[in-house]
Each structure stands twice: as structure tokens, then as C-alpha cells.
Design a protein around this ligand. Structure first.
Ligand code: NAG
Ligand code: NAG
Ligand code: NAG
Ligand code: NAG
Ligand code: NAG
Ligand code: NAG
Ligand code: NAG
Ligand code: NAG
Ligand code: CU
Length: 568
């Protein structure tokens, strides 16, 4: 790896930080030791078991500088549960085995086992990490990765600020993830419903009079509102990340306009909003100026949009006073939850910063159209792409493909398109029966791939949800959005090929479509899926392989489950 110390370089080491110095270039190796365990927590004042990193939920923020190598040694101290950790937004160039996607890039880390993730962070920006095993993410296993730009490099920020705050948004249920997962797989489905609370940096506030007696304590410091201190007249960068399991959110800072400057690690042509829509798996940076009356505090608020809300506003305090004193107002309730066009406009407005445009290749070598539908299979509710609901194999694709293990997954590739001229996206599926598959799409190395995600009606009449799609191992150019039926003969002519933003997660709006382009130039096997925890669990994902022959020898630690070479 480029940033490991080489001959002729000086190595400076403290306990957890080594610096490699060679001329002006400076890359550090940042070591972390993580113990994953269950702990009793009360993030919203209601006690519950949570999966924690070194006793915390959210876990510690990883801070690094572009070019650094991050080493995380993980001890799985969960007594009866596997673990895998995904580094969301980090492309894992040269280290596809460190992507942390159970079933795709590695076997799960067993209880009592230790596993070390080592990867280079090649770009500045705001990223996240979270569990990628079953529905474990929603048990509290999540955190942020904040990467500074290399000093004086070409990726230096095209904006200035005086201070910085990190905001991790989430939703939270009192039901265990086991109850939730078993409920989703039940016939009939037992749906957990809207979140009990919305969390900001792991804190929320449930109304204790609605809780089971003895489970809720509103005066616990653990669930006190987070406080973000500001000094009048200064400009702050807020890094905002969402790892919700279900909810699309709208975020605002009462009385303060926000200038959007970064999305998923890429600089945005600045635009001003009073409310920011943020979908699970996305990150944004906004700048705010502390220019309001400094004799009071203001609310930070997150509200559910896109689904009919059943959860109180998530709140925190913007403090001019340096105190926890609650603002004198009621927290803002956000925009109308069903105003799709308002959210659509923000999506369209998010384009690359003029000084940081990376033009996409002018045309694609291959186009995959994916119809997103809700379906039934043997009476169970599922999600499917082109009528195929995804299941994870027991042998990780990366291991099966690299080591030539036969019969580990369905060798038939899933369909590349659907009857796009005749399918009525506004009606429930006329025949909702779909099939399951663990087949994957194999991409020619270096080819340019377009994916168009077409949203449709769910099983219930007149309902279509927002799906935030996340691609591992790449950023994609967001070429266009539409509402209605995508027509391959018409809409590609409307694509933004001039200054599209690069992202790793993008919304597909209700009854809408979203078109993406990426280059299949990162050897490995990469998941592409809806970032709603329940939707991926119910089959809403696919997998791409590219350049497997270029992947270096796999570390043995990722193997050992499912079929093994020479084994059964
Ligand atoms: C992880 O496990 C190893 C081996 O059992 C142990 O030496 C180390 O202290 C543990 N680290 C943490 C953070 O628990
Ligand atoms: C969630 O917990 C509540 C209260 O214990 C229970 O009534 C409900 O059935 C649970 N939901 C699921 C999906 O398990
Ligand atoms: C909490 O719930 C109780 C009972 O349902 C209700 O009377 C009260 O207004 C609620 N408080 C808040 C702050 O929502
Ligand atoms: C609630 O939490 C506070 C602060 O930790 C503590 O002093 C109090 O005893 C708790 N109340 C109950 C009923 O446990
Ligand atoms: C949103 O829902 C309300 C009723 O809850 C309805 O009056 C309104 O027309 C809807 N708005 C849109 C944009 O669909
Ligand atoms: C869907 O599949 C079920 C069996 O799981 C079958 O009973 C039902 O008739 C099928 N529905 C249609 C419309 O084909
Ligand atoms: C899905 O499969 C069912 C059953 O084979 C079929 O009737 C239906 O038309 C298919 N739907 C789509 C969108 O291809
Ligand atoms: C769905 O919407 C259409 C058109 O607005 C309406 O005619 C129909 O009654 C609605 N169906 C249901 C089940 O609400
Ligand atoms: Cu979804």
C-alpha cells in the first residue's frame, strides 16, 4: 500500500499514530482498537440493549487526513451474534476485502473472533461506518468518518469556515432488531411501524408518559439534548450524515440559512436552503453563519418526510449562550411530508462545484434498467428489481469468484431490463409474485455502466416510497431525475453531462426515476442496494463484479464460511 513506510522514509510513531514523512508528502496510519459489545443504553430515555463500539453508540468518530491508512482491529464481544463493518463512502481501491459487506466481501466475524480492517482513505469529505450484517445497523452500530483535505492539495475545500460540528442523524425503535427482522419475515408481516424516536448524535427524547412504566427516565444525562456551541459572527461547517434505518429526514437549524457545500465527499456548487432533505446513507456539509439574536438559543430539528410521520421531531440545541437552555420556541415541524416536488428540486440542484467538475464519460457501454417493486413470494412481502428479489449467498462472492469455488451462487445473471413500455408504475403490480436469486451482474473491467432506477407503486394502492440507493466501491455521476415513466428513447437526451455531482447514495423519488453512470474500474465485488435496512433485508439490492482477475490474493481472515476450496 502506498502509504506504508518505505525505504528512505522516516517513521514517527506515538501509541496510535504513525506518520510517514517523505519530503512534503505526509501520510499517517491511524490505529483503532474496537470492542463490539451489547450494553444497556437509553438514547431516547428508554432503556434498551444496543450494539456498541467501545461501549458507545454512536461509535467514536474516525478522524483522518486524505491519504491516511486506517487500521481498525475489531473484537467481536457480542456473545451470540456475528459482525461485519462497512466503511460507507470509502471506495476500498486495492482492498475490496475490507469493504465489510457480509456475504459479498467477507464471512462474518464470529463471536469471540478478532478481525482487522486496513484501508486507505484517498479523498477528503464526510463519510460513515456501520454494521453490514443482517439488520444490525439499526441496533446502534454506527458512526462518522471525517476526513480532512491534504494541505495545499488539489482537493482543498473551495470554502472557508471558523469552526466545525458533526451531526449524525438516526431513527430508533424500542423493539429489538431480532423482533423487527422476524416480523418482516412473518406471514402475515408484523411491521414495527414508524420509529419511536429520532436521534441526533445518539440522543433523542421519547415521551415517558407513553412508555412502559419503569423503562423511561427523562432526566438521564444520556438523553439530554446535544448542544452545538457557536460564537456570534462566526461561520460554521456542519457535517450532517444520516444512517436512518427507515426514515427520509428533513433537517433545519431554526432561524439560520444553510449553504450546501459538500455531498458524499464531493464539493457542491453552493446553494442556500432553509431545510435540507437527507436520505439514509447520504452526507452533506452546510455552512451557517451565527448571525441571529445571540441572547437566545435555537433548535436543530429533524423531521420525517416521504412517509406519513408518526415520530416526534428530533431536537438538539444551537447555543449562542454556551448553555443547554432550551430555545423559547416550539421545535420546527419541517415541510409537508408529502411534498415530493420540493425534495425533487433539491436533488436536481445538487451539482458539482464549478472548480471541481469531473466530467462523466460521454456514453455508456451498457445500460441496466431496474424496476423497483414490492412483491410477494410464498405469501411473504419482498422487494424486487425486475421481479427478482435478492438473497445473500453463504459464501461471499469475492471469495467464490477469486478462488473459483463452484456452485456458491446462482450463475444466471439477473435481468437487465423489464417491460418498460407496458408496465404501469402507478398501479400495484398486477401479479405481485416474484422470484429470488443470488445471481450477480458481471461488468467488463473499465467499462462505463448506466443504471436507471425506476420507482413504482407498492402493493397498496396509491403508494410509492423514496428509496436511497447506495453503491459500494464507487462514486457515480447523477445524470438525471424524473417523475413518471423513464423512456430510454427520450430521457437520456436530457442527462446532465456537464457538471453532474458524484455521489455514493442517491434518492429515487416516489413514482420517479434516477439515472446514474459509473466506471467499472475498481477490481472487486460490490453491493448496490436500497439503504433502508428493512428493504435490503427484503431483497432490494444487486451485486456487481468487475476485474476479479486483478484482485490481489485474498486475506485468509475473510474466508471460512459457506463453501470452501476443496471442501464441500
Ligand atoms: C481484543 O482481543 C485481543 C485478543 O484477545 C486483546 O489482546 C485486546 O486487548 C482486545 N482489545 C479490545 C479493545 O478489547
Ligand atoms: C414491538 O414491541 C411492542 C411492545 O412490546 C409489541 O407490542 C410489538 O408487537 C413489537 N413489534 C414487533 C414487530 O415485534
Ligand atoms: C406525552 O404524552 C402524554 C400522554 O399521552 C400527553 O398528555 C403529553 O402531552 C405528551 N407530552 C408531550 C411533550 O408530547
Ligand atoms: C433518573 O435519572 C436520574 C439521573 O441519572 C436519577 O437521579 C434518578 O434517580 C432516575 N430516576 C429513576 C426513577 O430511576
Ligand atoms: C399532502 O397530504 C395532505 C393531506 O394530508 C393533502 O391535503 C395535500 O394535498 C397533500 N399534498 C401533496 C403535495 O400531495
Ligand atoms: C402467487 O403465488 C402464490 C403461491 O405462493 C399462488 O397461490 C398465487 O396464485 C400466485 N398469484 C398469482 C396472481 O399468480
Ligand atoms: C413478475 O412475475 C410474475 C409471475 O411470473 C409475472 O406475472 C409478472 O408480470 C412479472 N412482473 C414483472 C414486472 O416482470
Ligand atoms: C387511488 O387514487 C386514484 C386517483 O386519485 C383514486 O381514484 C383511487 O380511488 C385511489 N385508490 C385508493 C385505494 O385510495
Ligand atoms: Cu427502499
Amino acid at each position: 500500500m502506498a502509504s506504508l513506510p518505505g525505504a528512505g522514509r522516516r517513521l514517527l510513531c506515538s501509541l496510535f499514530l504513525c506518520l510517514t514523512l517523505s519530503g512534503a508528502a505526509r501520510a499517517a496510519t491511524r490505529h483503532h482498537e474496537w470492542e463490539i459489545s451489547y450494553q444497556f443504553k437509553s438514547p431516547d430515555c428508554v432503556g434498551k440493549l444496543a450494539v456498541t463500539v467501545n461501549g458507545q453508540t454512536p461509535g467514536p468518530t474516525i478522524r483522518a487526513t486524505q491519504g491516511d491508512t486506517v487500521v481498525v482491529r475489531v473484537n467481536n464481544s457480542l456473545p451470540t451474534e456475528n459482525v461485519a463493518i462497512h466503511w460507507h463512502g470509502i471506495r476500498q481501491i486495492g482492498t475490496p476485502w475490507a469493504d465489510g459487506t457480509e456475504g459479498v466481501t467477507q464471512c462474518p466475524i464470529l463471536p469471540g473472533d478478532t478481525f482487522t480492517y486496513t484501508f486507505v482513505i484517498d479523498r477528503p469529505g464526510t463519510y460513515m461506518y456501520h454494521a453490514h450484517y443482517g439488520m444490525q445497523r439499526s441496533a446502534g452500530f454506527n458512526g462518522m468518518i471525517v476526513v480532512a483535505a491534504a494541505a495545499g492539495g488539489k482537493d482543498a475545500e473551495p470554502f472557508a469556515y471558523d469552526g466545525e460540528h458533526d451531526v449524525l442523524l438516526n431513527d430508533w425503535w424500542h423493539n429489538s432488531t431480532y423482533e423487527q427482522a422476524a416480523g418482516l419475515a412473518s406471514v402475515p408481516i408484523r411491521w414495527v411501524g414508524e420509529p419511536h424516536s429520532l436521534l441526533i448524535n445518539g440522543r433523542g427524547r421519547f415521551n415517558c408518559s407513553a412508555a412502559v412504566a419503569g423503562t423511561c427516565n427523562a432526566t438521564l444525562p444520556e438523553c439530554a439534548a446535544p448542544v452545538f456551541a457557536v460564537v456570534p459572527g462566526k461561520t460554521y461547517r456542519f457535517r450532517i450524515a444520516s444512517l436512518t434505518s427507515l426514515s427520509a429526514l428533513n433537517f433545519e437549524i431554526e432561524g439560520h440559512q444553510m449553504t450546501v457545500v459538500e455531498a458524499d465527499g464531493h464539493y457542491v456548487k453552493p446553494f442556500v436552503v432553509t431545510n435540507l432533505n437527507i436520505y439514509s446513507g447520504e452526507t452533506y456539509s452546510v455552512l451557517i453563519k451565527a448571525d441571529q439574536d445571540p441572547n437566545r438559543n435555537y433548535w436543530l430539528a429533524s423531521n420525517v418526510v416521504s412517509r406519513k410521520p408518526g415520530t416526534a421531531t428530533g431536537t438538539a440545541i444551537l447555543s449562542y449562550l454556551g448553555s443547554q437552555h432550551p430555545p423559547p420556541t416550539t421545535p420546527p415541524a419541517g415541510p409537508a411530508w408529502n411534498d415530493t416536488m420540493y425534495r425533487f428540486r433539491q436533488s436536481v440542484a445538487t451539482v458539482a462545484h464549478p472548480a471541481h467538475v469531473e466530467p462523466p464519460p460521454p456514453r455508456a457501454d451498457r445500460t441496466i434498467l431496474l424496476l423497483n417493486t414490492q412483491n410477494t413470494i410464498n405469501g411473504r412481502i419482498k422487494w424486487a428489481l425486475n421481479n427478482v428479489s435478492f438473497t445473500l449467498p453463504h459464501t461471499p462472492y469475492l471469495v467464490a469468484l477469486k478462488n473459483g469455488i463452484l456452485g456458491a451462487f446462482d450463475q444466471r445473471p439477473p435481468p437487465e431490463t423489464y417491460a418498460h413500455q407496458s408496465y404501469n408504475i402507478y398501479d400495484p403490480p398486477p401479479n405481485p409474485n416474484a422470484t429470488t436469486s443470488d445471481g450477480l451482474y458481471r461488468l467488463r473491467f473499465g467499462s462505463v455502466v448506466d443504471v436507471v432506477l425506476q420507482n413504482a407503486n407498492m402493493l397498496d394502492a396509491n403508494r410509492s416510497e423514496t428509496h436511497p440507493w447506495h453503491l459500494h466501491g464507487h462514486d457515480f455521476w447523477v445524470l438525471g431525475y424524473g417523475i413518471g415513466r423513464f423512456d430510454p428513447a427520450v430521457h437520456p437526451a436530457t442527462y446532465n453531462l456537464k457538471d453532474p455531482i458524484l455521489k455514493n447514495t442517491v434518492a429515487v423519488h416516489p413514482y420517479g426515476w434516477t439515472a446514474l453512470r459509473f466506471k467499472a474500474d475498481n477490481p472487486g465485488v460490490w453491493a448496490f442496494h436500497c439503504h433502508i435496512e428493512a428493504h435490503f433485508f427484503m431483497g432490494m439490492g444487486i451485486v456487481f463484479e468487475e476485474g476479479i482477475e486483478r484482485v490481489a490474493e485474498l486475506p485468509r481472515e475473510i474466508m471460512g464460511c459457506g463453501k470452501t476450496k476443496g471442501g464441500r
